[in-house]
Each structure stands twice: as C-alpha cells, then as structure tokens.
Design a protein around this ligand. Structure first.
Ligand SMILES: NC(=O)c1ccc[n+]([C@@H]2O[C@H](COP(=O)([O-])OP(=O)(O)OC[C@H]3O[C@@H](n4cnc5c(N)ncnc54)[C@H](O)[C@@H]3O)[C@@H](O)[C@H]2O)c1
Length: 350
C-alpha cells in the first residue's frame, strides 16, 4: 500500500492556494493544515481548502500527521522555515527562489542532510513535456557543439502588484526584482539545458515603477562552462508582457520555446519523431502564463508535477530531481548578475 503524505502549507497567499490545489490533485497526498502569521489569511485558506488553520509555526511542525511542508511565504523567509521543518523531521518543498542568499540556502541544505529529510525546490518549467523533450535532445547530443542559449522573460507588473504585500520589490524579502522573482524560472531552464554558467556580465535598472528598491529591467551576457555564449534578459517593465522564450542552439540544431510550446524545432539529423513533435507543439500559446500578472493563465498542474516528482523520490529514498543543490544554481547565477550590474565587472561563478 503506497504511503499517503500529510501536507502542511506555510503561507496562505497567492501561490499557497496553488500548492493546496496541487496537493488535492495528488492521489498520495492529503492537505492537513495551513500556517500563516496573519490569522484571517490562515482561516480563509483553511475554509476554502478544507484543512486546519494555525498561526504558530511550531503548531504546524509539531503535528504528527504532517510529513511534508510546502513553503509559500516571501522569498527571504524560505530557508529559515525549511530549517525549522528539518529540525522537526519534516520534508520541505520550497518556492522559488529557495532563498535569496547562498549562505541561507547552504544552511537549509545542511539542516536537511543532518535530519535525513528531503529538501526540494520548485521550478515547474522543468516538468513541462516540451522541456523534457528539449532536455532529452540535449542529453542525446543532437545539438552538436552547443553554441548559444537565450533566456528571455519579457514580462510586465503594474505598480499595484508591487504596492501589495509590503515585501515585494524589497532587497530584504524579495531579494531582487525581474530576475530573482519573475525571471528565475527562465534563468533556471536555460542553465538546466545549457549546463553550468561560468561567468556573467550584466546591466540592470529600474525604469517603469516607483517605490521599489530592485530592478525591473535587466540584460546579461553569459558564458557557459561548455564554451557556449548566451543571454539572459528579464523585465517587469514591458507592457503588456508576453511569452517566456528559451532558445538552445548548436552546430547541429536549434530549438526555441515560447512558454509551454515550441516555435522552432529543427535538427540537421532529422528523426522520425521530429515531425510529430512539431505537429503537436509548434504553435504560440494562446495565453502567456504569468506575463502580465503572477497568476494569469496559471493552473496547479505545474506544482502538481513538481510535488509528485518530489514524493516519488521520497518513496524511493533517493534525492529529489530538484533538490537544494539544483534549486541553488539559478540563485547563484542571479546573484552574479546583480554583482556584475553593481560593479560593472564580469563575475565568475565560484
Ligand atoms: N512558482 C511560481 O510560479 C510562483 C509564483 C508566484 C510566487 N511564487 C513565490 O511564492 C512566494 C510567495 O509569493 P506570493 O505571491 O504567494 O506572496 P503573498 O504575499 O501573496 O503570500 C505570502 C503569504 O505568506 C504569509 N507569511 C509571511 N511570512 C510568514 C511566516 N513567517 N510564516 C507564515 N506565513 C507567512 C503572508 O501573510 C502571506 O499570506 C514567493 O517566494 C514567490 O517568489 C512562486
């Protein structure tokens, strides 16, 4: 009989609701409780999703029917909550970014290693069928010599978005702007596909908003460890916002994704499946997911796939596909982008 995992959600805000929907869709998961430090928010969430509400973290982490917590709070609080979960022997699945400094991320990785619990990150883009096909094409060497990769997140957020919540657009809790909050999905996909980033040279600025500390517009030139070159450009300043584009190229092929679809899939050595892939996926998506506001076009499917993969790894007593070390990579790249933008220098990743 497969185990059913009891889940606690920490953070009853916008994305916490998608966590609840995803948990409810999984056959081996049960939503047990929510914890939010705002009483009204926890109560409302509990009523909507049919679970218990608590405002005290220990109240959630002490429950014997909670095996896994998902962390859906402001970004700069993530590692501390993941560490608290580890100390109570609970697995933790943590929203992107895993946290906003490498020191805090490393502390969370260490805490889970010490307690023998699993730590997982959230990058739903990696679970898209198209992203899986593209990753396999890379692994099969179909691109020949990898030459160029592009991550482009041409998004828009209006001023109201930054004015809600208090934490948005702050260095302390958001940890950055168009890269650390919105563009991180695109940055993660590109580094997952192209391989490790060696160094970055970047410019960032804040042009289209008020009362925020962080960038809303940025462009970076990337050198990958493989020798390939690329760009990572992310904004929240391009009204009305459109598709996230990830493009991977080499001497023998080029593939370009727009959100969950492809708009180019071509290899020098054509295979029988290529035409079927083009027929199924070659079209611009009808809705640009997240481009104009955080929940536009979003469903719980991405989180469901991410959580299902995590639980499978826990069942099989192996490292989750997106563990702490994997989730750390995009944050490391983004912190290097920030350092380069601040200093005007090329920054090599350690
Ligand atoms: N995966 C995605 O596609 C995606 C999309 C949007 C947001 N996010 C991430 O999710 C996180 C939350 O974003 P959001 O838009 O849902 O924010 P939000 O402001 O809507 O919700 C955050 C909630 O956390 C609660 N909270 C704050 N500190 C807490 C604490 N210490 N303990 C318990 N509750 C606490 C707040 O009261 C609020 O209800 C961010 O890290 C963001 O980057 C991910």
């Amino acid at each position: 009989m497969p185990k059913t995992y009891g889940f606690g959600v920490i953070g009853a805000g916008m994305i916490g609701n998608f966590h609840a929907e995803a948990i409810k869709q999984l056959p081996n998961a049960k939503l047990v409780a929510v914890c939010d430090d705002v009483t009204g928010a926890a109560d409302l969430f509990a009523k909507k999703h049919g679970c218990a509400a608590v405002t005290d973290l220990n109240g959630l982490l002490s429950r014997s029917d909670v095996d896994v917590v998902t962390v859906a709070t402001p970004s700069g609080t993530h590692a501390d909550l993941a560490i608290a979960a580890a100390r109570h022997g609970k697995h933790a699945i943590v929203e992107k970014p895993l946290d906003i400094t490498l020191a805090k991320i490393d502390a969370a990785i260490e805490a889970h290693a010490k307690s023998g619990t699993s730590l997982g990150g959230i990058f739903n883009g990696r679970f898209l069928p198209t992203a899986r096909l593209l990753k396999k094409a890379v692994a099969d060497g179909r691109f020949g010599r990898m030459t160029f990769g592009m991550a482009y997140g041409p998004w828009w957020r209006d001023q109201r978005y930054y004015d809600q919540g208090g934490w948005r657009g702050t260095w302390k809790l958001d940890g950055g702007g168009a890269y650390m909050n919105q563009g991180i999905h695109t940055v993660d996909l590109l580094q997952w596909l192209m391989g490790p980033v060696r160094c970055v040279k970047a410019s960032t600025t804040m042009i289209a908003h008020q009362r925020i500390e962080v960038e809303d517009t940025g462009a970076a030139v990337i050198e990958f460890a493989s020798g390939a070159i690329g760009t990572m450009a992310c904004t929240t300043s391009m009204w009305p916002g459109h598709f996230r584009i990830v493009e991977v190229s080499g001497t023998d092929g080029t593939v370009a994704m727009a959100d969950q679809n492809f708009f180019f899939w071509q290899f020098r050595a054509e295979k029988p499946d290529d035409q079927q892939i083009r027929e199924k996926y070659l079209q611009f998506p009808a809705v640009s997911i997240g481009a104009a506001n955080p929940s536009a076009g979003m469903t719980a499917e991405g989180h469901r796939e991410n959580f299902a993969s995590f639980l499978k790894a826990v069942d099989e007593k192996r490292t989750p596909e997106i563990d702490g070390t994997e989730a750390r990579k995009a944050v490391q790249t983004i912190l290097a982008i920030y350092e380069s933008a601040r200093t005007g220098k090329t920054v090599t990743l350690g």
